[in-house]
Design a protein around this ligand. Structure first.
Ligand SMILES: *Cc1c(COP(=O)(O)O)cnc(C)c1O
Length: 416
């Protein structure tokens, strides 16, 4: 797709540059890329097919409220995830809130702190206390043994996050849920198109929530969905995203408005037609990053389990500052100066963001792995907007920076 766009060519011309630290943009030279390379630049689908669907929607003059396009999108998502029910919504945060409410979660719910803040906010917004739990240091998902330690008489559920598309330890969490009578919800915002033990993510726990935000693997501009095999739960979620209307003028309980529009569903359906292309592009990008970065001391590209189907949506590495002699934050500054907008996902962890930082000032004491892991995380630009030669340029900068850590830190401190 964007293999030979202008940024790629620029990168090709400039690889020779990445030989000495004098040439780094942070020391005043022009940036390697003339436009910003972002994490989560949208994967765009076929424009003509999309506009055709838009025209059909306008011709029908049925813009929202369970229209035919949303219904078809829900059927397709349910089929791909291998579940009975998909309820499409305006975004994943509302979908999480509604699922939490429909499941009757209250009191305390155990969640990882190592996630996007929406996981915790969806609980707190409804006065349910998120209890932050540490993660397994290899998978970066909830550590089941530690989940057990966080259970109190007030605990009603667990929200596991399939971080960066890597499934939680679902069997272990299922066991804990069963033995302690806890509801289990999965924040699968990153995991559409991924599997756990070969089974598509979507049918685990009591329900799972996908995000179709513009930055995610598959997008509907803004969007999300609750998927579940539980008929009763699905019916409740459907009512809750539509004001509690059980029929014309018949409202049966308090609810909200979480509906997806027909246009979003059209974007989703059209994007599904390109989904395998997106996956393949992400996979090739990931392989290229891995090849370029694996030999750098102190840097570890998070692997994907080759036995599972992955969407390769996130290229994340962790770095050990004691080996690189360059801080993660300094590397981020260097990359940003080159117009490589790498991110610190998900630092510093939800427990260090407001209001949680004020509510639970000592939460970090029970999160030693999370506290350690977040310090070294870097997420790199990938997706259909990034070409293989862009990646070569990005990796040359990272290699240069990390192999001259001490020199760079010294020069930067002398400039201050
Ligand atoms: C993106 C994201 C969400 C929120 O999704 P929206 O559709 O933007 O509301 C929730 N959880 C995680 C882990 C996410 O990355």
């Amino acid at each position: 797709m964007a293999e030979h766009d202008t940024t790629s060519l620029l990168a090709e011309r400039n690889v020779a540059r990445a030989k000495t630290i004098d040439n780094l943009a942070i020391f005043g030279k022009p940036p390697l890329f003339n436009e910003k390379l972002h994490v989560g630049r949208p994967n765009l689908c076929d424009r003509d097919a999309l506009f055709q669907r838009f025209n059909e929607i306008l011709d029908r003059n049925w813009l929202t409220n369970a229209g035919p396009v949303v219904k078809e999108f829900e059927r397709r998502i349910a089929a791909l995830a291998g579940v009975k029910h998909c309820i499409a919504m305006c975004n994943a945060t509302i979908a999480l809130e509604i699922a939490i409410r429909a499941l009757g979660m209250s009191g305390e719910v155990i969640v990882p702190s190592l996630s996007f803040v929406a996981t915790a906010h969806a609980l707190q917004w409804q006065q349910v206390t998120p209890v932050f739990c540490d993660v397994n240091p290899t998978t970066y998902t909830l550590d089941p043994a530690k989940v057990l330690n966080m259970i109190t008489p007030r605990t009603t559920g667990i929200i596991g996050v399939h971080l960066w598309g890597r499934a939680c330890q679902i069997d272990e969490l299922q066991e804990i849920g069963k033995s302690h009578g806890l509801k289990i919800l999965y924040d699968a915002a990153h995991a559409f198109g991924c599997t756990y033990k070969g089974i598509p993510i979507g049918r685990f726990g009591d329900a799972e929530v996908f995000s179709f935000h513009a930055t995610k693997f598959l997008n509907t501009f803004e969007g999300g969905a609750v998927v579940t095999n539980n008929d009763e739960l699905a019916a409740k979620v459907r009512l809750m995203k539509h004001f509690g209307f059980a029929g014309h003028d018949n409202v049966i309980f308090i609810a909200t408005n979480g509906k997806m529009t027909e246009f979003s569903a059209a974007m989703g359906l059209t994007s599904l037609e390109s989904m395998e292309e997106f996956r393949e592009k992400n996979y090739q990008n990931y392989l290229q990053y891995q090849k370029e970065l694996e030999s750098i001391p102190g840097l570890h590209v998070l692997p994907y389990d080759v036995c599972e189907k992955n969407n390769y949506q996130y290229v994340v590495f962790s770095m050990d500052e004691t080996i690189t002699s360059l801080s993660r934050d300094c590397l981020i500054e260097i990359l940003h100066a080159e117009n490589i907008i790498a991110r610190r996902y998900f630092s510093p962890g939800c427990h260090r963001m407001e209001p949680y930082r004020s509510y639970f000032p000592h939460a970090g004491l029970l999160l030693p792995e999370t506290e350690r892991i977040v310090q070294g995380l870097v997420t790199l630009p990938t997706g259909t907007a990034i070409g293989l030669s862009d990646i070569k340029g990005i990796c040359d900068i990272i290699r240069l920076a990390l192999t001259h850590g001490r020199e760079i830190e010294q020069r930067l401190s002398s400039l201050k």
